[in-house]
Design a binder for this molecule. Structure first.
Ligand code: SF4
Length: 248
């Protein structure tokens, strides 16, 4: 077993290119010693990974971040997925005191009024709980695709995250949305009912809208903000990078 995490990430990165998504997950599990956490937001890509993990009994924890502002359809999908596979999707919640302070300071929907307020909300409801979800994990699996947005071009299949001190693995990096949709169809994987209504990328209800034909996939997220690199901050090393718009 390779002990050096940088070397291990390099090895996985090189190996993943020739493997199927399922074999990428199996290889990751085989080569990484310690806990592996997959964070799902129950999107199309995440549902494919959840299917692969649960159906093949791969020892990877499936965790979601319940911000408290998700669509009812997302909660329905969460329940439906647990029922189909007979497995629990673990949940992390915002810290109650931090959430109370946030609402006190900027109001229940403060995110519409200032970018800083929006980042504060994502920080309390998503970024901090993610940190707890990944505490002590040796590797983190995501459903990121390389062609989802400009920020994601050039990502690696696997890399060592020095701040989080874990290997971040993106087993669907080179798959298209269409391929993933076909896989889910063929394998009867449950998906969010909102996809059929023009919601391609689904996050919190007040911060997600349906997109029009021809709009980029993530155009419906924080649509009122004018910069093109808007993200919630889950996939950047720290808040500074998010504030500078470098996040994804
Ligand atoms: Fe808050 Fe919107 Fe971020 Fe959800 S997406 S955490 S509601 S700002």
């Amino acid at each position: 077993m390779i002990q050096d995490p940088n070397l291990l990430a390099e090895t996985l990165n090189a190996e993943f290119a020739a493997l199927s998504p399922l074999d990428r997950l199996k290889s990751l599990r085989e080569k990484v010693k310690g806990r592996i956490v997959f964070t799902t937001s129950l999107g199309l890509e995440d549902q494919m990974l959840t299917h692969l993990i649960f159906s093949n009994a791969i020892k990877i924890e499936v965790v979601t971040l319940d911000t408290g502002r998700l669509f009812p359809e997302t909660y329905d999908l969460w329940r439906e997925t647990e029922e189909k596979y007979g497995k629990r999707i673990h949940a992390k919640y915002p810290k109650s005191e931090a959430l109370e302070n946030l609402i006190e300071e900027q109001g229940i929907d403060g995110f519409y009024y200032a970018k800083e307020f929006r980042l504060n909300c994502c920080g309390v409801r998503k970024v901090e709980p993610l940190g707890r979800a990944l505490e002590g994990a040796a590797a983190w699996v995501t459903g990121l695709r390389g062609d989802q947005s400009q920020n994601r071009l050039g990502m690696a299949f696997a890399s060592y995250e020095t701040q989080k001190k874990l290997i971040k693995a993106n087993p669907l990096l080179d798959l298209s949305r269409e391929k993933i949709a076909h896989f889910n169809d063929d394998h009867h994987v449950p998906i969010n009912a909102l996809h059929a209504k023009g919601f391609l990328s689904i996050g919190c209800a007040p911060c997600t809208r349906a997109i029009q034909p021809g709009e980029p996939e993530r155009a419906g997220r924080w649509w009122w903000e004018d910069d093109t690199k808007r993200e919630c901050g889950l996939h950047v090393p720290d808040r500074t990078a998010v504030a500078e718009g470098a996040g994804i």
